[in-house]
Write a protein that binds this ligand. Sequence first.
Ligand code: BGC
Length: 338
Amino acid sequence: MITALLALQVLLLAAGCGQSERSEPASRIKIGISVYDQYDTFISSMMDSFNRLVEEEKSGGKQITLEFYDAAGSQKQQDMQAREMIEDGCRAICINLVDRTAPTTIIDLARKNNVAVVFFNRELVEEDLLQFDKLYYVGADAFQSGILQGEIAAAACAGRDNPADRNGDGSIQYVVLEGEAGHQDAIVRTETSVDTLIKSGVQLDKVGYAIANWNRAQAQTKMSQLIDQYGDRIELVLANNDDMALGAIDAYRARSIDLQDRPLIFGIDGTAVGLEAIRSHEMAGTVYNDKDGQAKAMLELALRLAQQEPIDDLDMIDGKYIRLPYTGITAKNADEFE
Ligand code: BGC
């Protein structure tokens, strides 16, 4: 996280964020990016990746100027940032919407100024994406992440006398830690993960759930309340992302509950901290959310759009979407990811 923040700060300085740079030579490619919250673990690791790739392109001879903005959870602020990027001469901008149901101001600005927009990670509805022909989306398929989490969890919970069923009642008592309400990844991940477990033949018994907004500290508080309520009845925790799974682990650690007396805990993302928890067996599994692939696709698309180069050879769905596949991770293959 610290590396990510440092990198972002360097970029903010390098970009002279918010300052006009209209005197750039014409050969420079200028792109802008705004994230919904730079302190989000997944987003900050994706930005690390993005920055690395920009540096690689620069050392390969491309003259790129990148303007980086943090919307800090405010859609209004992000709308202003988009305006600033466009006024500064960015020909393509990358937007991680704060409110995925409110892209209209940015789309109107883009259309008026004929600027391309690559939305990423927080998916706007198709109707909005079709409002202008220079709008694109880079992300992943939420259904796939839920299915993979469910499959990994089912492999750990299935079968007679499985250790996950600690009270031996033949069914697995579980809780869900959910991401931000309204986010495309939150509800879909929960539903498909649970459906997959059921289809795999695991008897499930839902004992509770809490919304923890992708956030580790909130998840620790919520998990602590669930432990107060249900104690050692909880045998399985399905978290919509790694940070919330880690928050659940924090709650058990804070009570000094030994690993063998904790439920199986699953996340999604495969962040560096998540992978560490898999290696120490505190997290039973996660699903890799391909930050590198998404950063690469986003940069490639933005650079081409900014230079008005063709994009028809890119691997796109309906000429508008790029979705990178997820991969399941357990302790067995954790070392293949970084
Ligand atoms: C990630 C979360 C992240 C969220 C932000 C999701 O795809 O799994 O970790 O907080 O995106 O929008």
